[in-house]
Design a protein around this ligand. Structure first.
Ligand SMILES: C[S@@+](CC[C@H](N)C(=O)[O-])C[C@H]1O[C@@H](n2cnc3c(N)ncnc32)[C@H](O)[C@@H]1O
Length: 226
């Protein structure tokens, strides 16, 4: 049985047992192998732009004998997908701008997509805000810590909900739960921004001002009584 990292296992938990998924940036395709091995009704398309990644994925797929359930494709994001093929999109381990580029470049391919399961390495504010602008709402969020890194995993579902700016910034569920890991994440972000602030020369007034506001928001979130 294939063993997944805690991060990938958490992502796998959000996938429906009869989903037709595309995993963009599949790399080794371990997530897809795990999903189809544990759920006979899941069909996966695993996409990567790098031939090297795909050849490793191919070897893994053969090793675990799941060739029937996983379709490997070389290409950029959703370019190599037909909209009728999928109802779930998984993108993990990429930066927010890249994830948004992949989704917005092929909006029409999302017509039948009910679930987006996203784990970005950066900028959750823009991710939440812009994915919601594509016609999704935040159905669930989870924090996990692995190898000393805190990851945010978000499951968006098709539909609309109204959010405050703070919900986009910190996550509506994460803010409400206010777990120890959440406080650790906010402290970490705060430290990062304070260090960055000290490194910006005084002549970049607007940049410093923008960062000051971000620092203040993080401080206020830490001080907030639940
Ligand atoms: C850091 S790995 C993440 C692998 C895996 N998704 C995970 O979370 O462990 C990022 C992968 O995305 C692929 N990638 C980057 N941009 C892509 C794009 N536009 N379309 C498809 N794959 C992409 C890279 O080649 C790389 O294999």
């Amino acid at each position: 049985m294939i063993k997944l990292s805690k991060r990938l296992k958490t992502i796998a938990n959000y996938v429906n047992s009869n989903a037709r998924i595309v995993d963009i940036g599949c790399d080794h395709a371990l997530l897809d192998i795990y999903l189809v091995s544990n759920n006979p009704n899941i069909k996966a398309i695993a996409v990567d732009v790098k031939e090297g990644a795909l050849s490793q994925a191919r070897k893994n797929i053969v090793k675990y004998k799941v060739q029937e359930a996983i379709d490997l494709r070389l290409g950029d994001g959703l370019d190599v997908i037909e909209k009728s093929e999928i109802n779930t999109v998984i993108i993990s381990g990429l930066g927010c701008p890249k994830i948004l580029e992949i989704l917005t470049n092929n909006k029409d391919k999302l017509t039948n997509v009910d679930d987006l399961i996203l784990q970005s390495n950066t900028d959750y504010f823009s991710l939440r805000k812009q994915v919601c602008a594509l016609g999704y709402y935040i159905a669930a969020e989870e924090l996990i810590k692995e190898n000393n890194i805190i990851y945010v995993i978000i499951n968006f579902k098709k539909g609309t909900k109204k959010y405050k700016s703070k919900d986009y910034l910190f996550g509506p569920f994460l803010r409400q739960e206010r777990s120890k890991l959440y406080i650790e994440l906010i402290n970490y972000e705060l430290q990062k921004k304070e260090i960055l602030y000290l490194q910006i020369p005084r002549k970049y007034v607007l940049k410093r001002q923008k960062l000051r506001i971000e620092i203040l928001k993080l401080k206020n979130e830490l001080k907030r009584k639940s």
